[in-house]
Design a protein around this ligand. Structure first.
Ligand code: GRF
Length: 203
């Protein structure tokens, strides 16, 4: 059996990356992380990877001549490290069809709202502005659209009176940290069957 090698893409502090590393350490996720890649040199995710002796690479978007150039470098690095499942963990860039096709059906993302509501880069702000009473997080396959691929798992949290973006984000983040490892484990254990938009989870 081929070993499962994850490539984690992140742009920031990397707490979801950390939850995945922890889940690998406990055996919940049976895989290794081949490489962590960020698009920004200051991303704390790089430090987390290095502290865990995981390859950490920055492909600085600002130093790439174009989106194509950036994505070609991303794909090349993921291939170099033998990645067969791409995990977007707070990666704040929309990927083009070229990238999505390069890892077809092998890219997962986490989004901090209950999709299809409140996609995009400001989910918590939009949730509060709209006044919904429930929010949460979603793990989904990545397709060519924004936050639009088939949904694997979701978990809800209440939106409480007086919530700010920070308090809501913290409540959602706590759920994210258990939901993403669960979804990755289901994928790697071969329990997910995708049928159009439906993701069937086998017991
Ligand atoms: C998380 O809320 C995730 O859902 C969103 O970006 C945030 C990343 O946080 N896509 P972290 O870098 O994993 O701490």
């Amino acid at each position: 059996m081929t070993e499962s090698v994850l490539g984690v893409l992140a742009s920031g502090r990397g707490t979801n990356l950390q939850s995945i590393m922890n889940a690998i350490a406990t055996g919940q996720i049976k895989a290794k992380i081949g490489v962590v890649i960020t698009d920004k040199p200051e991303a704390k995710a790089l430090d987390r990877a290095r502290e865990a002796n995981i390859q950490a690479v920055c492909i600085d978007r600002k130093k790439c001549s174009s989106k194509e150039d950036f994505e070609q470098k991303l794909v090349a690095a993921l291939r170099e490290y033998g990645v067969n499942l791409v995990i977007l963990a707070g990666f704040m860039r929309l990927l083009s069809p070229y990238f999505v096709q390069s890892f077809k059906d092998r890219i997962l993302n986490i989004h901090p709202s209950l999709l299809p509501a409140f996609g995009g880069a400001h989910a918590h702000r939009d949730v509060l502005a709209y006044g919904v009473k429930v929010s949460g997080c979603t793990i989904h396959f990545v397709d060519e659209g924004m936050d639009s691929g088939p949904i694997i798992l979701q978990e809800s949290v209440p939106v409480l009176p007086g919530d700010t973006e920070d308090t809501l984000a913290a409540r959602v983040l706590e759920k994210e940290h258990s939901l993403y490892p669960r979804a990755i484990a289901l994928y790697l254990d071969g329990k997910l069957i995708v049928n159009g938009r439906q993701v069937i989870i086998q017991s």
